[in-house]
Structure formats: structure tokens, C-alpha cells
Design a protein around this ligand. Structure first.
Ligand SMILES: [Zn+2]
Length: 383
């Protein structure tokens, strides 16, 4: 299809609208307005649902950071949640117009095109097409668009804490139309060493916090090697640990009295934050003068049985459209972990390739966007 033919697809038109509205996650920085925050996009999504006579509610998670919830009461026994996040990562260094929604060779380019406005467009459009179909819906449908997936998962958490209930869910992320039924979680925290400052000409008068961190890093490196040498989960491999940031010292002529690192620990579905922090504490036994800060990010992993209804029913819908279905695990964390921890069995599924997410030329094949829309519509319509 050429670009004009693609733009006859309402899913492609909707995606272009969503990409043109910036919704960059401030990622903890004190920036607001302009391209930052999800407000403008949330308003657009709410207006779309309202226009199609779907009940809609906008809830503030924090100032300028809303969730949007649409609800379709089909009088069905079960409720299906279709969720996608509103936020994107930053646009620095992009080689395509980040909010241009330009179409080239059957692909739509821009920030969020695949992560994850593609899923959002497919879910919204599929719901509208299903409601307009002459057949009854198989489920009541919750359409949930959340804030802040790319940083602290606060939108999904807020929804679960506010009493979100569904029998099953699909979290939209670019999985190339595969089902992710298990993924790891993540815990992040800082570790600080303390020492005593002194003039660098008299180092014996001080106590070097960077040297102390050096001992800790050596221990952590071998601890991390041990983690990845353990027994591998069939879909998720092993847990892992990485030290990604280090900071310490004021000037080269001063013995440093403080040093900090930031640790990223990828967790298996059965692990919790307290347990992994206790393990690290134990691995550093015998070294003095350090402390762990409480974790600043905890996201749950998840592992749904292969025969769970959400996996079976979505599989049927996928193979009905594409003729083939793959069920996988992923090493990254998503909002799905939060929903599973909140009692809603939720898989990850959506159009687009995760390898293109967060990249300088992010894009999505529009043919795949249409397939995702067809899959979700056929899932929603009773057979
Ligand atoms: Zn995403």
C-alpha cells in the first residue's frame, strides 16, 4: 500500500494523531509544559472515546500526569482490560521528526510510534470497531491509558491502588504481535560509602571513600557473575545485576569522604525487593562504612501459565489473523507486572518491534498496526 492507502485506515490516522501530540516523560527532572507530560495526549484519547460514546474518566496521578479510563459495559460475564502507556522517552538525537508522524515505505515514523502509541491506537480503534460490529462483545472492556511507564510505573500503580478490577488484561508494548506471558521485574537503589576528607598531600590523615567503593565494586561484580551462572528460567534466563552510575570526590587534591553508585537488579517473578537487598547486604559482609538507600524503583516480574484464559484466547485471535503465534518471555519490565501483582492476569502484546523502541528513527509498519487492530477486534467480538 502507498501512504495514501494507509491513511484510509482509521488505525493509522489515529496513530498519526497520537504521535503528533508530544507526551515525553520528564523522568524525574523538574520540567513541565511543552513536550513534557501526558495531559494533552490524555485529553485527545478521552475525546476520542467520548466521540465514540464510550464512558470515559480522566484521573490525575500527579499534577499534569493523568490516566484515562474508558469503560464498555457489554453485560458480559468477564471483563478484559486493554492498557497502553501514554508517555514516551525523550526525543534528543532523533534523526526523524519526533512528532511528524511521517509515512515512508509503509512505516509511520516518530517518538512513540512503536513504544507504545501503536498499541494504544490499535486497542482504541479495535474497541470502536468491535462496538460497531453487529455481534455482541465477548467481554466488558476497560480501555486504560496510563501515565509514567517509562520511569516509575506510577500510572499503572495508581490504577491498581484505586481498585481496578478485571478478569484478564493485555498490556500494549511492541512485541511484534507475539505474546509475552512472563517478564522480569527490576529493583534500583543507591549505595553510599563514607570516609574522611583530608588534603591529598596527606592521604593517611583521611579515609578514601572511593577506595572503599572499589572493594564493594569487586564484590558486586563477582556476585553479579554468580547470579547469571545460576539455573536459568526457560523464558527468562537468570536474574542479573549491573552497576550503572558512580559519583564521588570533590577535587583531585582532596581525599574523598563520599562515593555513591546506582544499582540495577533484574528480578525473577518470585523475587521481592527486600530479599534482593538482603542478599546484597550479605555479599558485602565484612566491609565497613557503607549503606544502602531504600529502593527508588521496584517493578514486579510476572509469569502467567501457558494455559491461562488470556493466553489461550489471545493466541486464537492472533493465529486467526496472522496464521501463526509465538509465546515468549522478556527480560525488560512493563506495566503488566503491576497489574499481575494487583490480581489481573495480564500478558504483553502489541504491534512494532521492541528493537526500534527508544531509537533515533523509531517507526512502526502500518500493516502490522492493522493486524494488531484486527486481532484485538476479533478477540472482543463473540464467535
Ligand atoms: Zn513501552
Amino acid at each position: 500500500m502507498n501512504s495514501i492507502a494507509h491513511m484510509n485506515d482509521p488505525a493509522a490516522r489515529l496513530l498519526a494523531e497520537l504521535v503528533r501530540i508530544p507526551s515525553v516523560n520528564p523522568m524525574g527532572r523538574a520540567v513541565s509544559g511543552g513536550e513534557y507530560g501526558e495531559s494533552a495526549l490524555a485529553e485527545h484519547v478521552a475525546a476520542f472515546l467520548h466521540r465514540h460514546r464510550i464512558d470515559v474518566r480522566v484521573t490525575e496521578v500527579s499534577p499534569g500526569r493523568p490516566n484515562v479510563t474508558g469503560y464498555i459495559d457489554a453485560g458480559a460475564e468477564r471483563t478484559l482490560m486493554l492498557q497502553a502507556h501514554l508517555d514516551t522517552v525523550h526525543v534528543g538525537g532523533m534523526t526523524v521528526a519526533p512528532f511528524g508522524a511521517e509515512i515512508r515505505d509503509g512505516c509511520l515514523y516518530g517518538r512513540g510510534a512503536c513504544d507504545t502509541k501503536g498499541s494504544l491506537a490499535a486497542f482504541l480503534q479495535a474497541a470502536v470497531e468491535a462496538v460497531q460490529a453487529p455481534k455482541n462483545l465477548r467481554y466488558n472492556v476497560i480501555l486504560l491509558a496510563t501515565a509514567d511507564e517509562e520511569y516509575q510505573f506510577t500510572g499503572a500503580r495508581h490504577a491498581v491502588r484505586s481498585g481496578l478490577k478485571a478478569d484478564m488484561g493485555i498490556a500494549g508494548e511492541p512485541t511484534s504481535l507475539q505474546i509475552i506471558r512472563a517478564h522480569k521485574g527490576v529493583v534500583r537503589w543507591h549505595l553510599h560509602t563514607r570516609g574522611t576528607a583530608a588534603h591529598a598531600a596527606y592521604p593517611a590523615r583521611g579515609d578514601n571513600a572511593i577506595y572503599r567503593m572499589g572493594h564493594i565494586l569487586t564484590r558486586l561484580e563477582s556476585y553479579a557473575r554468580g547470579l547469571t551462572a545460576g539455573v536459568a528460567h526457560p523464558l527468562l534466563g537468570t536474574p542479573s545485576l549491573s552497576v550503572g552510575v558512580i559519583a564521588g570526590g570533590e577535587a583531585v587534591n582532596i581525599v574523598p569522604d563520599a562515593c555513591s553508585i546506582e544499582i540495577d537488579r533484574r528480578t525473577m517473578p518470585h523475587e521481592d525487593a527486600d530479599g534482593v537487598m538482603a542478599d546484597v547486604q550479605e555479599c558485602l559482609a565484612g566491609i565497613e562504612g557503607w549503606e544502602l538507600a531504600p529502593p527508588h524503583l521496584v517493578a514486579s516480574g510476572m509469569d502467567i501459565p501457558a494455559d491461562a484464559p488470556v493466553v489461550r484466547e489471545l493466541s486464537q485471535a492472533i493465529s486467526g489473523v496472522t496464521g501463526t503465534v509465538a509465546i515468549e518471555g522478556a527480560y525488560y519490565a512493563t506495566d503488566a507486572g503491576t497489574f499481575n501483582a494487583g490480581g489481573i492476569p495480564t500478558v504483553v502484546f502489541g504491534p512494532g518491534d521492541i528493537a526500534l523502541a527508544h531509537t533515533v528513527a523509531e517507526h512502526i509498519p502500518l500493516a502490522e498496526l492493522r493486524q494488531a487492530t484486527d486481532i484485538i477486534r476479533s478477540l472482543l467480538v463473540a464467535h
